[in-house]
Every structure is written in structure tokens, then in C-alpha cells.
Ligand binder design. Structure first.
Ligand code: ADP
Ligand code: MG
Length: 271
């Protein structure tokens, strides 16, 4: 039975794609069978793991809009994990889905047949709370929300995401709880605003599971088409270790999480 992780935050540039790719790469390197699913029309995850446009006879567009089985679309063994790629016209699918029956559960149904194939399915989502992201939230067991230490409004953003998760749990998951794990990205110790931001998160009852340092190497890695944690010539060993440690904690079910949609709400649990 696979555990499904949706990496989500309606803000762009907070580290979703970086987090998704490095969770997938870490879990795969540790021996898990992993699928990375890209549901962002910007297809950054697809590009950053080195799957190029020309290699894509079929994509998640065919899965969501044309009922093509996900298994027929998956690209196998990209850096040790499998990839369900996206491309730009996924944007049109999002519009077409609005008309579809059960439009919020299309992805969940598409991933169902893969539950025995994978230990972990990691979904990268677009920077909004639209239908593609909601499809990921409906399918997920755990939502990983990266927040950028540079974003003053991060706490407010997580509160909005949490409100959406409540609705998703109540209306679209028949009450089935979901776990929310918050990861601080682009973290720098000497930045005063980062301290303020931590206070704001704590004030909103948001526990940060882990932090990843702001390192220009992480950014450069994105253009190198190999997950950062797998780049052995990297200089920023600390950020790589932090990403890796977080991924391991997450997959082990040890990351600090908030359970949404459960009687024990607001109590902390491991995800
Ligand atoms: N720890 C980090 N240090 C430095 N840059 C980072 C770090 N994490 C992410 N980035 C960079 O920040 C930008 C946004 O990250 P990305 O993962 O693409 O976010 P999102 O998917 O939320 O838009 C990218 O340029 C990425 O390479
Ligand atoms: Mg992204």
C-alpha cells in the first residue's frame, strides 16, 4: 500500500518542486519504490528531473482528460524513481475538468491501481488552490507544505491552506483525515525576518517539522536535471543533508504533523 504525499502551497517560489523531487530521490535511494507525479502545468518537476518534452508521447494530461491508465504513461527509473510527467497543456485540462463529474477525484481514481506498485507517491502541485491542487489533496495521505523563510505572509498562507484542507476532508474525503507537515525552506539563521516568521507560525499553531538552509547550490541544481540530494559534487552539504533527513523522517512517519479532520485535531502527531 503506498503512502501518497502532496507537496502543496498556493504560493509560488516557496520550494514545492525542490521538496517533491528530493523526497522522491531520497526515498528511492533508500530502496523504496517511488513515483513522482507532476500536476503543475509549469511542469518544473518534469523538467528538473531531466524528462524532456520530446520524450513525452503521453503525459498526465492523457490520464486526467482521456482516461488513459497512469501505468501507460509512467516513465520508469529516472534517477531511481518513476515519473508521471506533465506538460503545458495541463492548463487546458484543468479548465475541461470543471465540467467533469467527480472532478476533484480524478487523480485519486487514476492512482488507485498503483497502490500496490509503489511505497511512496509524491505529487508536485501548482502555486494555487485550484482544481489540480485539490485533486492532489483529495488523493493524499500527507500534505507537505513548504514555507519560505523569506515570506512574511507564510503563516497566513498555511492558515488558508489548512482551511482548504478542512473543506477537502469534510466534503471530498468523507471525513478521512489528512496530515499536514510544514517544512521551512530557504532558511537563513542570520535573517531577522526569519525569526519573526517563526513567531508568526508558532502564533498560528503551526509547528515546523524541519528547516532547509538557503543555499545558492540548491537553486543551481534545478538547472542540472538531477535531484540535489543525488549530486555528489555539491558544495552545500548542509542543505542536502537537511532535505535528506526531512525526507527520511517523513517516509518513516516521524515528521511533526498536524492531523486535519480528526477529533484529536490540533494535537501533534507524526506523519
Ligand atoms: N534551500 C534552498 N536554497 C536556495 N534556493 C532554493 C532552496 N529551495 C528552493 N530554492 C530555489 O527557490 C526557487 C523556488 O523553489 P521551487 O522548488 O521551484 O518552488 P515552488 O515549486 O514552490 O515554486 C527555485 O529557484 C529553487 O531552486
Ligand atoms: Mg513548483
Amino acid at each position: 500500500m503506498s503512502t501518497i504525499y502532496a507537496v502543496a502551497n498556493q504560493k509560488g517560489g516557496v520550494g514545492k518542486t525542490t521538496t517533491a523531487i528530493n523526497i522522491a530521490a531520497t526515498a528511492a535511494a533508500d530502496g523504496a519504490k517511488v513515483l513522482l507525479v507532476d500536476v503543475d502545468p509549469q511542469f518544473a518537476a518534469t523538467r528538473q528531473v531531466g524528462v524532456s518534452y520530446g520524450d513525452l508521447p503521453l503525459t498526465i494530461v492523457d490520464v486526467l482528460a482521456r482516461d488513459v491508465p497512469a501505468a501507460n504513461v509512467i516513465i520508469h527509473d529516472v534517477h531511481g524513481f518513476d515519473v508521471l510527467p506533465a506538460r503545458r497543456d495541463l492548463k487546458d485540462v484543468a479548465l475541461a475538468l470543471v465540467q467533469a463529474l467527480g472532478r476533484e477525484s480524478v487523480l485519486r481514481l487514476a492512482l488507485d491501481p498503483l497502490a500496490d506498485e509503489y511505497d511512496a507517491i509524491v505529487i508536485d502541485t501548482p502555486p494555487d488552490l485550484g482544481l489540480l491542487t485539490v485533486n492532489a489533496l483529495v488523493a493524499a495521505d500527507v500534505v507537505v507544505a513548504p514555507v519560505s523563510a523569506e515570506d512574511e505572509g507564510a503563516a497566513q498562507g498555511v492558515l488558508e491552506l489548512r482551511a482548504t484542507l478542512h473543506q477537502v476532508v469534510d466534503r471530498l474525503r468523507a471525513g478521512k483525515p489528512i496530515r499536514l507537515v510544514t517544512l521551512m525552506t530557504r532558511w537563513s539563521d542570520d535573517r531577522a525576518q526569519a525569526g519573526d516568521m517563526s513567531d508568526a507560525l508558532a502564533g498560528a499553531d503551526i509547528s515546523v517539522a524541519a528547516r532547509v538552509k538557503l543555499r545558492v547550490d540548491v537553486q543551481k541544481a534545478a538547472g542540472r536535471r538531477t535531484p540535489f540530494v543525488l549530486q555528489h559534487d555539491r558544495a552545500a552539504r548542509d542543505a542536502a543533508d537537511q532535505l535528506q533527513d526531512f525526507a527520511r523522517e517523513l517516509v518513516a512517519g516521524d515528521a511533526t504533523a498536524q492531523v486535519i479532520g480528526d477529533a484529536t485535531e490540533n494535537t501533534e502527531a507524526a506523519a
